[in-house]
Design a protein around this ligand. Structure first.
Ligand SMILES: [Zn+2]
Ligand SMILES: [Zn+2]
Ligand SMILES: [Zn+2]
Length: 336
């Protein structure tokens, strides 16, 4: 009997480059043939690049045990040195050269954490094997730690997927949409929910998301909701159980503290969700690089101190400081 040579698994790393072209930007994929290259308008280039990468990730699936750290396979050239690969393999979306190069690759936790301008693609659905359907199905209660992690990852992912300069109001709405999408990629946000975020009557965040080609509004089925279909193919392919996501969306709504900081505007609300999601639930303490906090909330590092002061004045933060040498942001939330 002749043994067949083992087939090499498809390397799960794809890179798209956006090059200047007379009629917009040329989307060049390093894995596709040249004749697949196409030109796109500058405003939709990011979304076109992500859609293209997502298509590769969906086509070249591998069982979890065959997925390896593609960063390691290429000599860990994508990040500063660290002690070696460790942790779960997940999809990492990374951006280089100021948004001209986008890469989606299976990456271990250690390499992901060391990579600049990168976000782990939220969730788990493609990685966690479903429990066997033996015996009666029990309804699992989504837990609060899960909600925190999901919100944290989604904020990080949205920082990569939405254009720089996307407003805090738009990020709050994008977070709710991404966590509440149905399996048919649709979402409808009740106007009551938008009012509680104090974003009820403002069409601008929706327009901003449409311009970024991140979603498209659809005719409402009822007067008291805004309906849309999400166009972000990366997030869709990775969505975890809907019940878990909705739980995380409700948690994010509460963590935005509309009753305490809503009157101050969307940025303090977004910061409130961000800091709560990155705090230890028992102590309210948190620590993260100041630069990363600013980037993931869509602001400049210099804009951090005034908004943190606002949160302290509103009684949401007990204390905060940015350490001069490491530029780490440390804070303590006022626990309710
Ligand atoms: Zn391609
Ligand atoms: Zn690496
Ligand atoms: Zn690695």
């Amino acid at each position: 009997m002749r043994l067949r040579a083992p087939c090499t698994p498809t390397p799960r790393a794809w890179t798209v480059e956006l090059r200047s072209h007379t009629s917009g930007l040329l989307l060049a994929c390093r894995q596709c043939r040249h004749d697949n290259n196409s030109t796109v308008a500058a405003t939709s280039a990011r979304s076109a690049a992500l859609t293209h990468l997502a298509r590769h990730a969906h086509q070249d699936t591998l069982p979890p045990h065959l997925r390896t750290c593609q960063c390691h396979e290429r000599g860990c050239r994508w990040h500063r040195p660290h002690r070696g690969c460790a942790g779960t393999i997940r999809l990492l979306l990374a951006c280089e050269r100021g948004g001209r190069v986008w890469r989606l690759a299976d990456t271990c936790t250690a390499c992901a954490a060391a990579t600049a301008h990168a976000a782990v693609v939220p969730d788990t659905a493609l990685l966690t094997p479903r429990p066997a359907l033996a015996g009666p199905r029990r309804r699992r209660q989504p837990s609060e730690p899960d909600a925190r992690i999901r919100v944290r990852e989604m904020l990080s992912y949205l920082a990569a997927a939405l254009p720089d300069g996307t407003s805090p109001a738009t990020r709050l709405i994008a977070l709710q949409c991404a966590l509440r999408i149905s399996t048919s990629l649709r979402v409808s946000l009740p106007r009551g929910l938008l009012r509680s975020l104090r974003l009820g009557a403002d069409p601008r965040p929706w327009q901003e998301l449409e311009q970024a080609r991140w979603l498209r509004r659809t005719p409402e089925r009822a007067d008291d909701e805004v309906a849309a279909v999400l166009l972000d193919a990366v997030v869709l392919g990775q969505a975890p159980a809907r019940r878990d996501r909705r739980h995380a969306a409700d948690w994010a709504l509460r963590a935005s503290s509309p009753s305490r900081v809503g009157a101050l505007g969307p940025l303090p609300q977004l910061m409130s969700v961000y800091l709560t999601a990155h705090s230890r639930p028992e102590t309210g303490q948190g620590l993260i690089e100041a630069d990363r906090t600013a980037y993931e909330c869509g602001i400049q590092p210099a804009e951090l101190p005034p908004v943190l002061e606002q949160l302290a004045a509103a009684g949401l933060l007990n204390a905060w400081r940015i350490t001069a040498d490491t530029e780490d942001l440390r804070w303590i939330l006022q626990l309710l």
